[in-house]
Design a protein around this ligand. Sequence first.
Ligand SMILES: O=C(CO)COP(=O)(O)O
Length: 258
Amino acid sequence: MAKRLPLIAGNWKMNNNHLEAIALVQKLAFGLNDKDYDNAEVVVLPPFTDLRSVQTLVDGDRLKIGYGAQDVSAHDKGAYTGEISGSMLAKLDCSYVLAGHSERREYHNEDDALVNAKVKAAYRHGIVPILCVGEGLEVRKAGRQVEHVLAQLDGALKEVTAEQAERIVVAYEPVWAIGTGEVATPEDAQEVCSAIRVRLAELYSPEVAGAVRVLYGGSVKGDNAPGIMAKEDVDGALVGGACLKADEFVKVIRFGGE
Ligand SMILES: O=C(CO)COP(=O)(O)O
């Protein structure tokens, strides 16, 4: 089985205008060397309004940093005020798009059916979805995190083919660890990431399960990344706060040492 290249993705959330975006990507590129890009695929997920500027910079300077969006419409075009389609993102050469981030689920009432529609919209336009799943504190306290996350996974993957699923990225982000400074232990992350992989093998095949990158997200920083990344079924990180500072994000990307 081919070794999975770790993916370190920075979700900027609603931070940085397009000028700030250019400055941050330039600083990040300046801080990274060839070895870093061999160790991990580096991706940034800026707000929609920054994507054209990021595309121009990445193209012009031939940066090895990938990029994508934080959301996509389930629809391809038409009267959907405020929405952004997969084809618009594809035209900006976005490689990835988040689907089902807990903040979309919470503040925009996105349910598994809508997340599933967004996952399929991404595939229609050749964009790899980064599917976010994760439990809240109550579910964690009740010890039902695995069951909860697998139900989200099943819902999001309805009618997704094995060929499509092989390319998906799944990010396990326990809601109680997002933006709280409360990081899951490496064992917590491994438990759920491994359960996700087992479920992918059941839904598809061991080959698909072996190819999919499963990330952990939730208060990942330079100092806790190595412990989490050392776990067998954790193939990278989805980083929020720590990706807004280039130096700190570089530390996460160097989880395995300089
Ligand atoms: O939600 C996250 C990434 O998508 C995690 O955010 P923090 O790293 O700020 O906890």
